[in-house]
Ligand binder design. Structure first.
Ligand code: HAM
Length: 420
């Protein structure tokens, strides 16, 4: 049996990188007062339609939606922001009027054509700063994304930012854009032609050269922005300059989800080939209100973990804990008593492996020698009778008997002097 197309097992050997990533995210984000949130993988389909937008690719053709046994329309979440916004409302987290800084790491689902860096089940690390309209919040979240990438020693990424204005400004711009592009309708690529009717602003994002050429003469989004939008954006650019964070303004950066306003940003990196966006985010001041909560301006981002793993493959040291002790037993009584020995080893916090082969002692010792353990602890009939444990040093073959009541002290001693 194979996995489904576009989904992957994360096996031992790779999982250690995921664990380290989690630890790094936890460390950096909790110091900045971000608290982890875990929302369900399954939500009402309506949530994503209302938040991400009916005419986006995600909602239109990429969602894993189905009717459950109770005839409810449910969807495997394609992203985390809508779910966090829903959780904020359904748990009345707005009651104390505080800022909520939340982060998450979990699986998301999109029915896309799988390729390098693009899967149907993928994972996002995301943060959402909920409750502030200040551009300082935008800077805080952008800085944290970069801090995580820097901590992972990732080089060669590029931060692109844009202001996509308020909803009203975008509506005004959309009209101008459609007026202009209608003249060139026949020359547009098929996708852009469709978008002209449904989601014209996304045409700016087209990768098709012919369409990009037409766009050169199109009205610019930035030309419709009014003072408030411009001030917000300028503050962010000035702060990035002040912090010496390199960035590029990309006037065509519009993002694929409808809930954004003002700031939109992406972090791109060449090593990823065509799926070169590592992180995407922006401000979404109207989303929470739009899905039934109080007006709550917010900003956040998400990083694709699979894409991150491709890049950091060689950067993280494998710090897998390997067994230092190989435990072997012979006889019924020893197989029971061994659990007490294990308890002592656990108290000393040493990694161990218990032989499960039920072969004779000689074969078990051979197994121990082939393992990477430093010592083999033997518990056989003799040992039980004499209340001791035989410890065999696997490199030298040297053996010693340790009285049971001294075993803990013995382990503590060798842990500090030999195992480290
Ligand atoms: P997004 O741009 O759709 O934004 O996704 C964010 C990141 O998730 C992408 O930059 C990419 O690294 C990763 N990603 C997306 N689709 C796939 C896929 N099929 N396979 C592998 N990785 C993928 C959002 O989802 C927003 N919720 C981000 C956000 C949070 N905005 C505000 N707060």
């Amino acid at each position: 049996m194979e996995t489904l197309r576009g989904v992957k097992d994360i096996l031992p050997g790779e999982i250690e990188k995921w664990q380290q990533l989690y630890d790094i995210a936890y460390d950096i984000l909790s110091k900045a007062n971000y608290i982890e949130i875990r929302t369900p993988v399954l939500e009402n389909t309506e949530l994503f339609k209302r938040s991400i937008g009916n005419f986006t690719d995600i909602v239109n053709k990429e969602m894993y939606s189905f009717e459950d046994q109770g005839n409810r329309n449910v969807t495997l979440r394609p992203e985390g922001t809508a779910s966090v916004a829903r959780a904020f409302i359904s748990n009345k987290m707005y009651i104390n009027n505080n800022i909520h800084r939340l982060w998450y790491l979990g699986p998301m689902f999109r029915y896309e054509r799988p390729q390098k860096g693009r899967q149907r089940q993928f994972h996002q690390l995301g943060i959402e700063c909920i409750g502030s309209n200040s551009p300082i919040a935008d800077i805080e979240v952008i800085r944290l994304a970069l801090k995580i990438l820097n901590q992972l020693n990732i080089k060669g990424y590029k931060l692109e930012i844009n202001s996509i204005g308020s909803l009203e400004e975008r509506t005004e711009y959309q009209e101008k854009l459609v007026n202009y592009l209608t003249k060139y309708e026949d020359d547009l690529d098929i996708d852009s032609k469709k978008r002209l009717k449904t989601n014209p602003i996304r045409i700016l994002d087209s990768k098709i050269q012919r369409t990009q050429k037409i766009l050169l003469g199109a009205p610019k989004l930035k030309d419709v922005l009014k003072t408030e939008s411009l001030n917000h954006f300028n503050y962010i650019c000035e702060s990035l300059n002040y912090l010496n964070i390199p960035y590029e303004i990309n006037n065509n950066l519009v993002r694929g989800l409808d809930y954004y306003n003002y700031t939109a940003f992406e972090i791109k990196i060449n090593q990823l080939g065509s799926q070169n966006t590592l992180c995407g985010g922006g401000r979404y001041d109207k989303l929470i209100e739009q899905i039934g909560g109080p007006s709550t301006p917010s900003v956040g981002w998400a990083i694709g973990i699979e894409r991150l793993i491709i890049i950091i493959k060689n950067l993280l040291n494998d710090k897998i804990e390997k067994p230092e002790i190989y435990l072997i037993t012979e006889g019924k009584l020893a197989k029971q008593k061994v659990w007490h020995i294990i308890e002592i080893i656990e108290e000393c916090q040493i990694c161990f492996e218990l032989d499960l082969n039920e072969k004779n002692l000689k074969k078990q010792v051979k197994k121990a020698s082939n393992s990477n353990a430093k010592i083999c602890c033997i518990l056989g009939e003799d040992e039980i009778k004499n209340n001791h444990i035989t410890v065999k040093w696997l490199k030298t073959g040297q053996q010693e008997q340790v009285i049971l009541y001294q075993f803990k002290a013995y382990l503590k001693y060798i842990k500090n002097s030999v195992f480290n």
